[in-house]
Design a protein around this ligand. Structure first.
Ligand code: NDP
Length: 246
């Protein structure tokens, strides 16, 4: 994938950081997108460069259409093409449904679903121009199976699956392949807040009896972002230690 260009949203930390490092190790030039963690994003860029790769950090709130368009323009100005988009940025605002506030619903739908709509729409013209593209969106097991306290997040992530399948049908003729990765619990800042009872229960029901590592997600994403994934369309790949086995 030498000289391919990727935008990885939310790459300053966690799963996005691991995907950025993995893609760079496959020879891809990587945009390390972030919202507010500038120092962490620059550290990821430094890690990639130290390993001989090419990367740049771009701040953009992926819920903001103007910011997304500016990020895409900046990428095209610097590197001339976009081959890969990883819709990874996401948040949670957990609450039991009967207590869920309007803003908790809206914030999660925007960050976990609308962001993918905005980023996908912004990169498609550049991908169509090359008759080539790979889009991988990071959903969640919570979207496939539901999860107590996560109606907003589950709706957004299942929405991301439907969105990806529908877009996949529209763009395959242009050489653009769209797929989804749905992780279970992966050890990042993201799951720091989950209550102890839920942690204990999850560790009991996951056949592997442990949470996943970011390094167990990133290579699968890189494969789906590679030319080799040419006949895998609209697939949802769970990476969950055997938790759901849909
Ligand atoms: P982290 O909380 O560790 O990292 C989130 C990343 O998203 C950060 O880089 C953050 O940027 C970025 N981000 C959040 N909102 C925005 C925004 N509006 N604009 C741009 N960037 C944004 O999360 P994870 O790495 O754990 O999760 C990554 C993805 O994987 C998410 O979509 C999540 O839903 C999904 N996932 C995670 C699971 C887990 O167990 N960890 C399980 C299933 C799915 P900044 O640092 O600047 O704030």
């Amino acid at each position: 994938m030498k000289d391919h260009v990727a935008i990885v949203t939310g790459a300053s930390r966690g799963i996005g950081r691991a995907i950025a490092l993995e893609l760079a190790s496959w020879g891809v030039k990587v945009v390390v997108n972030y919202q507010s963690s500038a120092a962490k994003a620059e550290t990821v860029v430094g890690e990639i460069q130290a390993a001989g790769g090419t990367a740049m950090a771009i701040q953009a709130d992926v819920t903001d259409q103007q910011a997304v368009e500016t990020m895409v323009t900046q990428t095209l100005t610097e590197w001339g093409a976009i081959h890969i988009l990883i819709n990874n940025a996401g948040i949670t605002r957990d609450n039991l449904f009967q207590r869920l506030k309007d803003e908790e619903w809206d914030d999660v739908i925007k960050a976990d679903l609308t962001s993918a709509f905005l980023c996908t729409q912004a990169v498609l013209p550049a991908m169509r121009a090359n008759s080539y593209g790979r889009i991988v969106s990071i959903a969640s097991l919570a979207g496939l199976a539901g999860n107590v306290g996560q109606t907003n997040y589950a709706a957004a992530k299942m929405g991301l699956v439907g969105f990806s399948k529908a877009v996949a049908r529209e763009v395959t003729a242009d050489g653009i392949v769209v797929n989804v990765v749905a992780p279970g619990y992966i050890d990042t800042d993201f799951i720091d807040h989950i209550p102890q009872w839920l942690r204990t229960w999850a560790l009991d029901v996951i056949p592997l009896k442990r949470f996943g590592k970011v390094e167990e997600v990133a290579p699968a994403v890189a494969f789906l972002a590679s030319p080799a994934a040419s006949y895998i369309i609209g697939h949802v790949l769970t990476i969950d230690g055997g938790w759901v086995m849909p």
